[in-house]
Write a protein that binds this ligand. Structure first.
Ligand SMILES: Cc1ncc(C[n+]2csc(CCOP(=O)(O)OP(=O)(O)O)c2C)c(N)n1
Ligand SMILES: [Mg+2]
Length: 588
């Protein structure tokens, strides 16, 4: 029988495989190592290509997309320096357990091992960071490897996959059979485990639920809320997972992470039962393995996690349960609630501690500067429930974690690996994905400048700057934000911090508070109706033939390299000091 399968280039086979897996957006910095992919993308109008100016931003955007959609965010970068720039986003996806696939244009396989131009062994480079790092060496196996990459990124504990794409593989042509997406297996708790869990809970006096990890959706968070409410349990969010539970609910008792409330830390240590669902109880969540001690926790630990290898790795749990968060939350919600639990007062007290900690202290009129507690409180009152907040790393994040109350899943885009520069690209990715929703990026001055995140696409993201100049003092227990005792009481309120500069006089308090609100609300209003706020009016959607469109770039790279000019005499040695630049002449 004649083979009727079409002949396609490697780039086309790859892009068809992505489309077959439901990919609608890719984030990239173009490069000559994967031109056939760019051409295939150009011919595939169902996939939108977002071109960034730095691979770090593209990878962060893919991570944010993975967090928001629960599907792997897709990133394309070029070999060598493109890949090293993108590594930051892969690390974030690893620690955050985000599904993501990074494709890297690779050198021609005929040159492999010679340290050819921009050659890196990606299996080795990403071996310790990615969940799986590989390279495709046969065109007909592209669909198989792509399908496997989706399965690996999504199954068990989700994470990033890295795939090298040799240039000759992409430009070659041949026949490949498409592979449809595979269903993803999800581990669920066994009946015997649930019986034991219920007995341990019924016997507890000071139980505490810790929610974290990934794989959550609206249904799973609703099931978790039912279980917690029915059993009147206190729930703490793990580091940067505050959006898993409505922070306004009377069972929410705060976040375990940087700037943790000292009362909450004490309460976790004092709990007799920790029911942990989804969280690894990692370094930041466990305050450096002090709230829950490794390897032998003092509390009775019920540890529910999607990765069987995670259970028993750091903590010896009394009851390890291998289950993904969604089936686990549903199973918990279906359990008969503990009748007349003995911990009602414990739950009320924990909530009261949270309210006290999350309420901005009264302003001291003697102090000047920006009161970030008030800024967060204002955002908390003003933003709609589905607003998305994105941040990176720095002391400024502690105000967000402490004073903003998240309400819905997938509204907190925040890197648990503390990657500076994450917030702005994540916010742009969120706005591109949800143009009708308000997206707020909160970035320190350091974070804001860390990864150039421009995309050339119109977006409306408003940034506030702590002006803190990249100081890293006591990030874990920053006294001004954590409320811990400090030697100089005058510094206790953030308003007193001499480091704070106000990028806009309107953010100063107290007398200019109203003007600040008008300015911020102007930005937010602009964001809501999808038009750029004043902060980003320079960003505009490019014309179809704008040089940043992948097709144009592909064409530009394809242009023949001009012949080398005749050898020039060597340049004069550099002067000791640079000559002054001539002043710019006015534009013609
Ligand atoms: C990519 C990266 N580089 C460096 C660091 C170390 N680091 C953590 S916070 C920080 C300063 C952040 O400055 P800024 O965004 O202004 O926040 P601030 O602490 O001043 O509020 C640095 C350098 C990091 N976490 N990530
Ligand atoms: Mg700063």
């Amino acid at each position: 029988m004649p083979n009727t399968a079409p002949i396609r280039s490697g780039g086309q086979i790859l892009v068809d495989a992505l489309a077959g897996h439901g990919v609608d957006t890719i984030y990239c910095v173009p490069g000559e190592s994967y031109l056939p992919v760019l051409d295939a993308l150009h011919a595939h109008p169902s996939i939108r290509s977002i071109v960034t100016r730095h691979e770090g931003a593209a990878a962060n955007m893919a991570d944010a997309c993975g967090k928001l959609s629960g599907r792997p965010g897709i990133c394309f970068v070029t070999r060598g320096p493109g890949a090293t720039h993108a590594a930051n986003g892969v690390h974030t996806a690893r620690e955050d357990s985000t599904p993501m696939i990074l494709f890297i244009g690779q050198i021609d396989s005929a040159f492999r091992g010679r340290e050819a131009f921009q050659e890196i062994d990606y299996r080795q480079m990403f071996g310790g960071i990615a969940k799986w790092a590989t390279e495709i060496d046969r065109l007909e196996r592209i669909p198989e490897i792509v399908a496997r990459a989706f399965s690996v990124a999504l199954s068990g504990r989700p994470g990033p996959v890295v795939i090298g794409l040799p240039e000759n593989l992409l430009s070659g042509a041949g026949v490949a059979v498409d592979v449809p997406p595979a269903p993803i297996a999800r581990a669920a708790p066994a009946a015997a485990d649930l019986t034991q869990l219920r007995s341990l809970l019924a016997a507890a006096r000071r139980p505490l639920v810790i929610a974290g990890g990934t794989g959550w959706n609206g249904e799973a968070t609703a099931a978790l809320a039912r279980f917690v409410t029915d059993n009147d349990l206190p729930l703490a969010a793990s580091f940067r997972r505050q959006d898993l539970f409505d922070n306004r609910d009377r069972h929410y008792i705060g976040q375990l992470g940087l700037g943790i409330s000292p009362r909450l830390a004490e309460r976790v240590r004092d709990a007799d039962l920790l029911l942990t669902i989804g969280s690894r109880l990692a370094d930041a969540t466990s305050s450096g393995y002090t709230l829950v001690e490794s390897p032998l926790p003092r509390q009775t630990l019920i540890h529910i996690h999607a990765d069987p290898d995670e259970l028993g790795r750091v903590y010896r749990a009394a009851l390890p349960i291998n289950a993904a968060v969604a089936p686990a939350a549903n199973a918990l919600a279906a359990l008969p609630p503990v009748a007349n639990p003995t911990w009602a007062d414990w739950t009320r007290a924990a909530r009261a501690d949270y309210i006290a900690h999350a309420t901005p202290p009264a302003a001291d009129p003697a102090l000047t500067g920006v009161d970030f507690a008030q800024v967060m409180a204002w955002l908390d009152e003003t933003l709609p429930d589905d607003a998305i907040l994105a941040n990176g790393a720095g002391n400024y994040t502690v105000w967000v974690h402490r004073f903003f109350r998240y309400r819905r899943p997938a509204t907190e885009l925040a890197p648990t690996n503390g990657a500076m520069g994450y917030g702005l690209p994540a916010a742009i990715a969120a706005k591109l994905r949800h143009p009708d929703r308000t997206v707020v990026c909160i970035a320190g001055d350091g974070c804001f400048h860390d990864v150039p995140a421009g995309t050339g696409h119109g977006h409306a993201v408003r940034c506030a700057d702590s002006g803190h100049r990249g100081e890293q003092r006591h990030a874990r227990h920053h006294p001004h934000a954590s409320g811990a005792e400090v030697s100089r009481p005058g510094q206790r309120h953030p308003i007193a911090q001499p480091g704070f500069r106000c990028p806009r006089p309107g953010l100063r308090r107290p007398c200019r508070k109203r003007r600040a609100q008008r300015r911020l609300s102007g930005g937010l209003r602009a964001g809501r109706c999808g038009r750029p706020s004043s902060a980003d009016r320079t960003a505009r959607r490019p014309a179809p033939d704008h040089p940043s469109s992948p097709a144009r770039l592909s064409g530009a790279f394809r242009r023949r390299t001009p012949p080398l000019p005749a050898r020039q005499p060597s340049p004069a040695p550099c002067p000791a000091t640079r000559p002054k630049r001539p002043s710019r002449s006015p534009a013609p």
